[in-house]
Ligand binder design. Sequence first.
Ligand code: IMP
Length: 198
Amino acid sequence: MKIILASNNKNKIREVKEILDDINVDILSMKEAGIDIDIEENGSTFEENALIKAREVMKLTKCITMADDSGLEIDYLHKEPGVYSARFMGHDTPYDIKNKALIDRLQGVEGKDRSARFVAAIAVVFPNGKEIVTRGTMEGTIAYKPCGTNGFGYDPILFLPEYNKCSAELSSDEKNKISHRGKALRAMKSRLLMIEEK
Ligand code: IMP
């Protein structure tokens, strides 16, 4: 099975290839598929955005296409920044500023009320119209101050009580085992395997 990944992000491509390594699929990036488009992510959920991207690229390539969307949900902030995670305070604003702004908005909020999670949705769209969507989460709370230098984005402010560490204090191997994207991808892998077996 050949699958186009609707992304040119090298880290995402590597992670998808690693997780789907033991099943019979060839993953091609958009670049490898000769596609160069910017897709507007105007859905209101991670699932909708992943589907929008996968459908658009499938229409152009007529091949099975996979896309993802992810972000940080903070319960106290009504699940902000959510689908706007990358765009929150502007694409080019450094994450240390975005992270500090979110911590500041939780001033006076304690314990479990600081609950938050990373969410990832993965969509696979087939030329025959079949669509599969899976979701994975990584649950935590918003830290009182940023911790750790690994990872990217909001990793320094998602505290993981189970590990007594922020996500940015995990090695990439540790994080991949428990990450939202890893969980959503492994769920997708099971669904693809069921199709292959039919
Ligand atoms: P996407 O590439 O459109 O899915 O945007 C995801 C955005 O959500 C990123 O730019 C980050 O701001 C945030 N995000 C998603 N996953 C993670 C993660 O594992 N660590 C830190 N931030 C993340």
